[in-house]
Design a protein around this ligand. Structure first.
Ligand code: GDP
Ligand code: GDP
Length: 437
């Protein structure tokens, strides 16, 4: 089910990042769990009352600090309107109503999305603090204090209650595909090319998230749903916000997909933003196909594709399992290979290996590769079983989880891939302690 997006909007200094940090509960620098993935501090996943969602501090979106405040504010408000499911419009109740609050209110008034007016810095409860803000036309503000963590429970409760209900049945037999990539990589061109390939069923159906339009498509007898095709066609109205816009779109689309089809631009190959977008798919544990688009524009000889692949393996090393296609959405080159590759990868993603075969593999692997030891203690792996699909997840029973190093995990993963494939699919591992006997 889609995880909703909650966007925090407001003029500078009202306490947006304080609110963000207080709720995410994470003030320290981010530990990179996957090497090679670039991330920013724009959004974090969190949850309230068992409902996961993304919290977005739109205050950080303006990359150009020379922009006047009004432009920055305009951008963040637009972004919230386009991408969020719930908007927190934050004001500072100590300072009182500010002309910029009025300007933001004007922009936000245009949306029908649920909006919560948050009166921050209400460190001591005083209803008089609220009265000024009635003039914004959003009713009384919900008084909170980010600094003292006051009333944040109420805020989160109201927020969760306003989420769109994602109860709509997903069409189970269809493979759900998210086309993601940086702006101008050719997503809408590829979408058109894919739809043009097959003139069968093409009609828009509403997705589970507000504003999302999914497009069903049948190709060679297989049903696909292209997720959030409206998001692909709708270009960001604000140049400044384009990058963040594409990141947010990707997060949301990937959440609802089985397979992420990551579109890379061959003419501007592997920019930082590509790593970010590809990282989203990896971190979400989705299957991935990499499509290097605009291949028609590349001057090539017989080694060029190999060289591009090597660069991908080096720079997107965390996606070493993803197959690479070289395509042109414009000329149609290898477009007919795209959906079959997605299909193959989706099958691998949903594949289950019998426990017995896994344990035979484990026994052989252990004979060939001495498990690591530390302080005279050697890792013993007793048993392995696949506990989940999408993504394939393996549970290992060992004598001491602390002894299971990254390199050994990696070795096991390679063994599993060599024997059982899983092309395009990430593999997850869970480790449990078991005493022998
Ligand atoms: P942003 O620009 O909207 O992200 O605002 P910040 O989160 O950076 O906060 C601006 C200033 O307001 C900082 O000095 C914060 O310490 C302060 N601040 C934030 N929340 C509160 C609060 O609840 N009470 C008080 N008294 N100060 C706050
Ligand atoms: P999006 O922002 O990712 O949806 O990218 P678009 O599909 O709008 O493409 C951006 C630009 O690249 C447009 O001018 C397209 O015509 C062009 N383009 C897209 N795919 C190809 C391709 O395979 N070859 C060439 N030569 N141009 C392409």
């Amino acid at each position: 089910m889609a995880k909703p997006i909650v966007a925090i909007v407001g003029r500078p200094n009202v306490g947006k990042s304080s609110l963000f940090n207080q709720i995410i509960g994470e003030r320290v620098a981010i530990v990179e769990s996957t090497p090679g993935i670039t991330r920013d501090r724009l959004y974090r996943e969190t949850e309230w009352a068992g409902r996961p969602f993304f919290l977005v501090d739109t205050g950080g979106i303006s990359s150009n600090k020379n922009d006047p405040f009004t432009v920055q504010i305009y951008n963040q408000a637009k972004l919230a309107i386009d991408e969020a499911d719930v908007i927190w419009f934050v004001v500072d109740v100590r300072e009182g109503l500010h002309p910029l609050d009025q300007e933001i209110a004007e922009i936000l008034r245009k949306t029908k999305k649920p909006l919560i007016l948050v009166g921050n810095k209400a460190d001591t409860y005083d209803p008089a603090l609220a009265s000024d803000f009635y003039r914004l036309g959003f009713g009384p503000p919900l008084l909170v204090s980010a600094e003292h963590a006051l009333n944040l429970g109420d805020l989160l409760e109201q927020t969760v209650a306003a989420f769109p209900d994602g109860q709509k049945e997903e069409t189970e037999e269809a493979i759900r595909v998210a086309l993601i990539g940086r702006p101008n990589s050719g997503k809408s061109s590829l979408l058109n090319a894919l739809l043009g390939e097959e003139r069968a069923i093409v009609s828009a159906i509403p997705g589970t998230t507000r504003d999302a339009i999914d497009t069903p498509l049948q190709y060679e007898g297989v049903n696909y749903i292209l997720v959030d095709t409206a998001g692909i066609r709708r270009k960001a109205r604000v140049e400044e916000a384009v990058e963040y816009y594409s990141v947010l779109r990707a997060i949301r689309a990937v959440e609802r997909a089985d397979v992420a089809l990551v579109v890379l631009d061959a003419t501007d190959f592997l920019a930082e933003q590509d790593k970010k977008v590809a990282g989203i798919a990896h971190e979400a544990g989705k299957a991935v196909v990499l499509a290097v688009n605009k291949w028609d524009l590349v001057e090539k000889d017989d080694r060029t594709a190999q060289e591009y692949t090597e660069r991908i393996r080096r720079e997107l090393s965390f996606l070493d399992y993803a197959p690479v296609l070289f395509i042109s959405a414009k000329t149609g080159q290898r477009i007919q290979k795209v959906l079959p590759e997605v299909y193959a990868v989706a099958n691998e993603y949903a594949k289950r290996i019998p426990t017995r075969a896994l344990n035979e593999l484990l026994r052989e692997a252990l004979l060939r590769h001495q498990p690591p030891s530390r302080k005279g203690q050697q890792l013993k792996v007793f048993y392995i079983t696949q506990v989940k699909v999408k993504p394939p997840t393996f549970q290992l029973w060992v004598n001491d989880p602390a002894l299971l190093h990254f390199s050994f995990r990696r070795f096991l993963e390679n063994q599993i891939r060599t024997h059982f494939g899983f092309s395009g699919s990430p593999l997850h591992f869970l480790v449990k302690r078991r005493t022998k006997g």
